[in-house]
Design a protein around this ligand. Structure first.
Ligand code: GFB
Length: 316
């Protein structure tokens, strides 16, 4: 019988990419029946509602891509909300699934779970080995709780619950809000809308790794196709770039002639964040989209979303 797969957060950038991959004829999982709920149909902050949903729908697999997400500005201004909402979403979707007897679950986090000064590239076992980056401590703590809950339930109840920690993501359906978004979509919007001067945050010295969301979706399906996946696997592109270089690349990809300025009163965040992906690569997954190619695709999808009136400028 066709498997039923619930994707939490199907309207977000990650959830919608997972749904596209699950609906593709090339999906390694074969045809599946997708189950989704909008926020107004199911409030993931409500534990009883989530439990009732799982008991009524009984999906074979749950993919938890729902979260309150944002860039360094949104996170550092609201660590309390990022902690509370993401903790509740993680606890309700994972514990609720276990209580309803859902057999398999994939939980998605972020590499900001690792210590601020973790060894580079960051191996999975760097988890909880040092203090977290302060700008996103709330988000990181919630994601650590979620992945730990999966790990405990797998040991205690034999449920196949496991996690992926992707590096900084980008792609179609991203949030282009200049105040709250992540750096890559924010830079696209700034270079597309600011003609003379483009003010950027920090010093430009921070180093990040970017992964196209379609590569993350392929990693999700790959992880779900494994009979005995590791509890936790990093997912990244392996391509590092300083924010200063990223800014030049976005400027070129958008065809902008504006001058870049740096506002060092804004935080740089973690100095470097490159994840060690040898574990998932050793099992057979690899990324396919280079930053250059992905950037060109994303500038094109931003322009298409703008023309269609669907570009997201904020949450929701
Ligand atoms: O993507 P981003 O907001 O978050 O910022 P993190 C990455 C880097 O880009 C920082 C710089 O060094 C910023 O100072 N930057 C330069 C800018 N100009 C801009 C700009 O206009 N907007 C933004 N947003 N950044 C997030 C976490 O950290 O990464 C989340 O806060 C999550 O929790 C996510 O883990 C993946 O990479 O620093």
């Amino acid at each position: 019988m066709m498997k039923k797969v619930y994707v939490a957060g199907h309207r977000g950038m990650v959830g919608s990419a997972v749904c596209r991959a699950l609906s593709s004829p090339d999906s390694p999982l074969g045809p599946v029946e997708l189950v989704v709920r909008t926020h107004s149909e199911l409030d993931l902050l409500d534990p009883a509602a989530v439990r009732r949903f799982y008991e009524a729908e009984r999906p074979d697999v749950a993919v938890i891509a729902a979260a309150r997400v944002g860039g360094i500005g949104a996170n550092s201004a609201a660590n309390s909300r990022f902690l509370y909402e993401n903790e509740m979403i993680a606890m309700n979707t994972v514990w609720g699934a276990a209580e309803a007897g859902i057999g398999r679950l994939l939980f998605l986090g972020s590499t900001c779970i690792y210590p601020r000064l973790a060894p580079q590239p960051i191996p999975e076992d760097a988890l909880l080995s040092g203090p977290l980056e302060k700008t996103n401590e709330g988000y990181a703590l919630a994601k650590i709780s979620g992945l730990k809950l999966c790990e405990f339930l797998r040991r205690e109840r034999g449920l196949l619950y496991h996690s992926l920690m992707p590096t900084n993501l980008y792609g179609p359906g991203d949030n282009y809000d200049i105040a709250g978004g992540h750096v890559l979509p924010t830079l696209i919007r700034k270079f597309e809308t600011m003609k003379d001067v483009v003010p950027l945050w920090g010093t430009g010295s921070a180093i990040r790794e970017f992964l196209h969301v379609d590569d993350l979706a392929s990693a999700c399906l790959f992880a779900l196709s494994l009979d005995d996946p590791p509890d936790l696997m990093n997912v990244g592109s392996g391509e590092e770039v300083a924010i200063r270089e990223l800014a030049e690349a976005v400027k070129e990809a958008t065809g902008s002639t504006a001058q870049i300025t740096w506002d060092s009163s804004k935080p740089d965040g973690t100095p470097r964040k490159l994840c060690d992906t040898s574990l998932i690569r050793s099992l057979g997954w690899k990324p396919r989209i280079s930053l250059k190619e992905g950037l060109a695709m994303t500038v094109a999808s931003y322009r298409a979303e703008l023309a269609a009136g669907t570009v997201r400028l904020g949450r929701g």
